[in-house]
Every structure is written in structure tokens, then in C-alpha cells.
Design a protein around this ligand. Sequence first.
Ligand SMILES: Cc1cc2nc3c(=O)[nH]c(=O)nc-3n(C[C@H](O)[C@H](O)[C@H](O)COP(=O)(O)OP(=O)(O)OC[C@H]3O[C@@H](n4cnc5c(N)ncnc54)[C@H](O)[C@@H]3O)c2cc1C
Length: 319
Amino acid sequence: MKIIIIGGSIGGLSAGIALNCKNFDVEIYERSTARMRGRGAGLVIQPDMMDYLMQHNISPKEIFGVPALERQVLNNQGRVAYKFQNDTTFTSWNYIWQQLKDHFPDTKYFYGHELSKVEQKGKLATATFTNGVVKTADLIIGADGYGSVVRAHFLPEVTPTYAGYIAYRGLIPEEKMTQDVVSFFENKFSIYPYEHAHILCYMVPGTNGELEKGQRQLNWVWYVNKTASQLSQILTDKDGENRKYAVPPTFLSQKSVDDLHALADEELPQVLRDRVHQTQHPFVQVIVDMNVPKMFDNRLAVLGDAASFVRPLTASVTA
Ligand SMILES: Cc1cc2nc3c(=O)[nH]c(=O)nc-3n(C[C@H](O)[C@H](O)[C@H](O)COP(=O)(O)OP(=O)(O)OC[C@H]3O[C@@H](n4cnc5c(N)ncnc54)[C@H](O)[C@@H]3O)c2cc1C
């Protein structure tokens, strides 16, 4: 059985590896033209994902990511209001993507293929790409994220709707922080909840997957409500391009960065405010709601973000 997967991110690679292990003839087509590095940030690695990584011999538990043993909830002075034991492991999008990518055959992963349409005829489905390539298979799986072309073919009425808030995000290399700051955050999942917002911080692997002390990064995620007009301004990037669901690192406009800093000065305790200012390239993800009534139609299927979006999204979507 020949299976084509559209989208070579975490969903597409996870499905590709599992189907490859069952001896299906699987190919992955990804629209990015090169390795997707340096765009993601931190992820909490959930038990389902740990099971998957171990079952498929992708990585042993010891190198899943950066462990934390406690959660600490901060007050508006930035001091620990309470803490409790909580065993969590943090990874990063880059690190997990690379681990998955290394376990899928290079010869069956094709960059630079952007799906433009799918069609179904009898027991076959056809994918047409913007570069002119046309491929036919017994099954086409759309792992092509929120804006899925595969989903749009059989569920055109399902589209993501803005949930009313965004996530500002950032990464700071451990070496850029003082030892006191590192000690405050390391081995912990830190959360500062306040009225209508919250921010979380945790250590994740370095840009090349380094797990050693001194080479990790501090990841922060700050959930903030924004009106539709504020959102539209944030999504207009530094080149004036209107983005739909995210503004990646280095692309936020100077005004958006200034607004972010002003908001941090107004709302965050110093230990967090300083981290926002210290972040060289903050970025934004828009939080949306979306869910499909069914995940397949004859020879087409969807999974991951193409099928549903899981909130409240404390970095758990990968599971
Ligand atoms: C670069 C990147 C960085 C991310 N970083 C984080 C993070 O730091 N923290 C976090 O919690 N989540 C992050 N996410 C989201 C997280 O990976 C997903 O929510 C989750 O893992 C589900 O993944 P998915 O594979 O279903 O969808 P996605 O990760 O959205 O992947 C969809 C893939 O399909 C490709 N694609 C889209 N349309 C087409 C098309 N027409 N033709 C061909 N290919 C197409 C995209 O380029 C992408 O690679 C990131 C996603 C990406 C793509």
C-alpha cells in the first residue's frame, strides 16, 4: 500500500515512522525547502510521546530532554508563592524534530513540495504540488497543520477561529544569564498566573540539542489576551507582510517588540520582566480553536494540527 504524507513536521514524521515500521511504502512531502531549524521553542514532553519515542527506538529516556522535578508558582513580586513536586521533561521543537527526522529514510522525505490540491478517484488519491509534481497513492494523509489543504478538500467548512489570545515566546541561552537567575529557574517549571494572563518558564535543550548545564536555553511562553485589531497589528511583520497564525523569530515589527517590552514593564515581576527584555528575538503564536467532525474520507485522512487544536496549550500539542 502506498501512502503519501503531506507535511514533514512532528505529526507527519511520527505517522511516517510508525507506518514505515509496519512496512507500508510511505513518502513525506514537505513544503519547506530546507531543514526546519531555529524556528521552534520549548515543548513539554508528555507520557504518550515518551511511549512513542521508546517503542520506536528513537531515543532512550535519558536523552528525552531537560528534566524538572518541581513546579513553582510565583507571586507578583517574583517570589515563590508555593511549589510542589512534579516530574516533567522539557524538550524543544528543534530537538524532537531532529530525533524524528533521523529515524525516517532521507530518500523518502521530499523538501520543496507544496501541496496545491488533492483529488480522489475510486480507490486512489492524487496530490498535485505547486512545482508541477503529481503523485498518486492508496492513501494521502494531511499532516499539513492548521491551514491544511487536505482537510479543506473534504471539510471546507472547518477553519481555525481566533481564541482571543496569543502566546509571546522567547528563548535565552543559559550562558547569557547570571548563575542566580539560572538557579532560580533550573529544574523547575515556573508559572506566574495573574488576572487574565499567565507566563511560564522552563529550561530546554540548546539549539543543537545540548542537554548539559551551561548549554541549555531558558524558554518562556506568555499568554496574553488581544483584541482583533491588536492581533492584526502584531501579525503585520517587520516587512509589512500580514501573517496568519504566527510571527517567527526576527520577524516581529519594532513597534510590536516595543509594545511587548512596555507590557512586560507594566505587568511582570522583575525576574520575568528582565527575561522578556533579555530575549533577542521574541516571537508570537496565535491561539486558535478548531476541531474536525471526522478524520478521514475515503482515501484521505488528517492528523495533528490539521485535524484539531488542543487548548489551553501549555506546550502539550505535540502529544
Ligand atoms: C517550525 C515549527 C516550529 C514549531 N515550534 C513549536 C514550539 O516551539 N512549541 C510548540 O508547542 N509547538 C511548536 N510547533 C507546533 C507543533 O509542532 C505542532 O502543534 C504539533 O506538533 C503538531 O504538529 P503537526 O505536524 O500536526 O503540524 P505542524 O507542526 O504545523 O506541521 C505542518 C507541516 O506541514 C507543512 N505544510 C503545511 N502546508 C503544506 C502544504 N500545502 N504542502 C506541504 N507541506 C505543508 C508545514 O511546513 C509543516 O512542516 C511548531 C511547528 C512548526 C512547523
